[in-house]
Design a protein around this ligand. Structure first.
Ligand code: GLY
Ligand code: MN
Ligand code: MN
Length: 457
């Protein structure tokens, strides 16, 4: 009988060479080190999270950690020594044939060092033993402050271990500095590789919206439409939705974070879909609103055209040097005028804006940064001046005005329960902006034409 060779669960296929993500991640770490000037930065990836009993949520790395490493495994810590002799160090899970048989392959420190462009890499269970040496005589420890008691305790342990060496002339860091601010600022400007990934994510989500529109037949349910979105995301290689998909028919669209997705689709109502995939860590975020039976009613159309015009005005205000607030102000101006013209609010328009009365029907802001997180890292106001930040080439923001009419006193009944949002992802360019999500139809004529082409059930 021939010898039965055990499978080798730990064999990581492929040569041990630097991966394409290694170079940009290393360049980011180098820029961060220059920005920090001195000290040691320590950043852990996200913990695994139990869903129930012994089953975990699908693992998602920490966005800051991934931005600086490209490394997607759990139980990993980046240590970056800034200053005259920088060191890029990764702590990660060691190879373990038993665990890899059950849980999947690991790189292990040596392969991770080469593939992800580190100077040194060690098993994660050596972190506590090595940190006191790494912190000795360093003036600053840059890390995440105040996020979890366990992390605070671990950091305190390292500092205490350095302090006990005081009689040998070793000094512990005098300063603890929050590491997220500087990384947030870097993440606000996307590089060419990030923009390329976001374009691909946007294209997948655009296709998913087109598919979902064709699937939204009267009599079906919101979850059936959600399934079409997920189908298109996964068949296109996206790893997951970037956030829980909102598929909201009729009055459900007036619940801003509606996620039940269990209602039947009724003719005569609108369907609002806010959904986008995450591809290789990067989010897309698209909202479309369209009539379930393929044709807008007069009231739906009037409100829809108002939101669409608000979105066009907001997108036109996205340009380098413009205030972050400019697209929001542009959207509010158009919406307020529309609300008065349609009899939802009493004019004059200036008073509707100044008093904030428009918030009865438009209660959220017009956008947010988009990137590794759907609500991405980065400040909106300058810390020193307190002014809204200025848009810069490489920023990606959503532009997502809406209108949500709940039944109420003084609200014309013909508009009750109409909820509309139109959302695109917009890149600030050198001379203006580019909509990254043009594929899903949004002009009334384009929506109605696309709906006419849908296959009958
Ligand atoms: N989908 C989340 C948002 O639009 O902010
Ligand atoms: Mn959004
Ligand atoms: Mn959205």
């Amino acid at each position: 009988m021939s010898e039965v060779r055990p499978i080798d669960p730990v064999a990581v296929p492929g040569e041990c060479v630097a991966l394409p993500c290694a170079q940009p991640a290393r360049a980011r770490r180098e820029r961060l080190a220059v920005r920090l000037r001195e000290g040691v930065a320590v950043l852990a990836t996200a913990p695994e999270s139990v869903r129930n009993r012994d089953t975990h949520h699908p693992y998602r790395f920490d966005s800051h950690f991934f931005y600086l490493t490209g490394f997607a495994e759990p139980e990993a810590v980046l240590v970056l020594v800034a200053g005259a002799t920088p060191r890029h160090i990764l702590f990660c899970r060691p190879r373990d044939p038993d665990r890899e048989l059950w849980d999947g392959r690991r790189h292990g420190p040596e392969a991770a060092r080469v593939r992800f462009g580190f100077d040194e890499a060690y098993p994660i269970d050596e972190l506590d033993a090595r940190m006191p040496d790494l912190l000795a005589d360093q003036p600053v420890l840059h890390c995440v402050l105040g996020e979890s008691a366990a992390w605070n305790q671990q950091v305190s342990g390292w500092l205490a271990a350095v302090r006990v060496r005081a009689r040998s002339g070793v000094r512990a860091p005098d300063l603890l500095a929050e590491i997220r601010g500087p990384i947030d600022e870097m993440r606000r400007i996307k590089d060419a590789g990030e923009i390329a990934t976001m374009r691909r994510a946007a294209a997948i989500s655009g296709r998913a919206h087109r598919r979902a529109m064709h699937a939204a037949l009267p009599g079906r349910h919101e979850y059936e439409v959600e399934a079409e979105l997920l189908h298109e995301f996964r068949r296109s290689g996206a790893q997951a939705p970037a956030y829980p998909s909102i598929v909201a028919a009729g009055a459900n669209a007036c619940v801003l974070h509606y996620v039940e997705n269990d209602a039947a689709l009724r003719p005569g109502e609108l369907l609002l879909i806010d959904a986008g995939c995450e591809l290789d860590g990067y989010a897309s975020d698209i909202t479309r609103t369209f009539p379930i039976d393929g044709r807008f009613t007069g009231e739906q159309r009037a409100l829809y055209e108002c939101v669409l015009a608000a979105q066009a005005a907001a997108i036109a205000a996205v340009a380098p040097g413009a205030s972050w607030q400019a697209p929001h102000d542009a959207a509010v101006a158009v919406l307020a005028r529309g609300f008065v013209d349609l009899g939802l609010l009493q004019g004059p328009v200036e008073r509707v804006i100044e008093s904030g009365d428009y918030r009865r029907f438009y209660m959220h802001r017009t956008g947010h940064w988009l990137g590794l997180d759907v609500h991405d890292a980065g400040e909106y106001k300058d810390r020193e001046s307190g002014d809204w930040v200025r848009l810069q080439p490489g920023n990606v923001t959503t532009v997502e005005p809406g209108c949500y009419v709940r039944p109420g006193e003084g609200v014309p009944e013909r508009f009750w329960n109409i909820g509309i949002r139109i959302e695109d992802d917009v890149l600030v360019t050198e001379d203006g902006c580019e909509v990254l999500t043009p594929d899903a139809p949004k002009a009334v004529a384009d929506i109605e034409a696309w709906m006419r082409e849908r296959p009958r059930a």
